[in-house]
Design a protein. Structure first.
Length: 317
């Protein structure tokens, strides 16, 4: 039996449902619409992680330097010129029933689709150390673009020595007095151009082999304690702000019964079609086990997943 028809949608049954409005989902939407699939894209927001980007994007072909917000606005405008339905909502669960997918949203809407592309990316990965939850919003931040300006002329720490951590520190170098970057491995993982930019700031100290142990303060953050992983010595840094940049955790709870995961909870896919272990269910972008998580790779995977979904649907009919 069909679920009750949500008033704002035009169909009981879609060919394809895309979950996510980041680079992967938007690109999948453009490709699906151009293949004339009856497509619904459901997303909590447009832009995904690109909305949190503090410095300009310099590695998306065709744009030597463009702000993340402008780039994603262009993606969104392009999508909205296509014949595609868009709904702002959160997917709570996907089930597969009698060959089709039943999608249940947070607003309790039920929608059916013949194929699904999961492009739900990830949310910031938490530190999981004492003091993190207590001081969230009181010195601990997961968005340097949103909260960085509160730390004018103050010492701050960025946790994570990857590209996101380095870019956060580059952004903060125009605001904060001193920036520490803590990395818990012996190597820095940020790209070479970001490493060069950090050197030029003149006020960033990189501490490798540093395992964060605790965040301390009273009303607001006052210091952090980390362990030198080589000497095992505990050290204290007096900082007013902590920016968490240790990567993302895939947003997959709504699909967990239909897919397999790797050890990082990323969805396993076949890299030719981006199909999961469930026929007709695809996963593109940061949500899958792909190693190089970038805007251009997410967009490329969105395109491939949409074309693979089209082939899958052609074989069904
Ligand atoms: C700080 C930072 C800087 C970066 N800088 C660069 C850079 O310079 N160049 C570059 O190429 N890459 C950069 N990246 C990486 C890039 O942003 C990601 O690889 C890319 O955004 C992944 O796209 P995505 O579509 O897979 O996922 P996301 O961008 O995470 O988008 C996921 C979408 O899914 C939606 N969603 C999630 N769960 C649900 C649900 N249950 N229901 C409905 N919707 C849902 C979200 O609202 C969001 O719209 C950066 C990342 C960060 C965090």
């Amino acid at each position: 039996m069909f679920p009750s028809h949500p008033a704002s949608l035009t169909r009981f049954m879609y060919d394809l449902m895309i979950i996510g409005g980041g680079p992967a989902g938007i690109t999948a939407g453009i490709y699906a619409a151009r293949q004339k699939l009856n497509t619904l894209l459901i997303t909590k927001d447009f832009g995904g992680q690109v909305n949190n980007k503090a410095v300009a994007v310099e590695n998306y072909p065709g744009f030597e330097k463009i702000s993340g917000l402008e780039l994603i606005q262009r993606f969104e405008n392009h999508l909205k010129k296509q014949e595609i339905e868009i709904k702002i909502d959160e997917v709570a669960k996907i089930e597969k029933k009698t060959g089709n997918f039943l999608i249940i949203t947070k607003n309790k809407q039920k929608i059916e689709s013949r194929a699904v592309i999961v492009a739900s990316g990830g949310d910031p990965r938490p530190l999981e150390v004492p003091g993190e939850k207590e001081f969230a919003g009181r010195g601990v931040s997961y968005c340097v673009l949103c909260d960085g300006p509160f730390f004018k002329d103050k010492p701050v720490a960025v946790i994570g020595g990857g590209n996101a951590g380095f870019e956060a520190a580059i952004f903060l170098s125009n605001i904060a007095k001193k920036i520490y970057i803590l990395e818990n491995s012996p190597q820095i993982r940020a790209f070479a151009d970001n490493q060069e930019k950090i050197k030029k700031t003149g006020k960033t100290e990189i501490i490798i082999n540093a395992a964060l142990k605790e965040i301390k303060g009273d009303k607001f953050v006052k210091s952090i304690i980390y362990q030198d992983m080589i000497t095992k010595e505990l050290k204290t840094l007096e900082v007013k702000g902590i920016f968490v940049e240790i990567g993302t955790q895939p947003a997959t709870s709504f699909v967990k019964d239909l897919v397999d995961f790797n050890e990082r909870d990323e969805i396993k896919v076949d890299f030719e079609t981006f199909q999961t272990k469930t026929p007709g269910l695809f996963a593109a972008g940061d949500v899958n086990l792909g190693k190089y998580k970038q805007i251009v790779t997410a967009a490329g995977e969105g395109a491939k997943a949409a074309l693979a979904a089209y082939d899958y649907l052609q074989k069904l009919s």
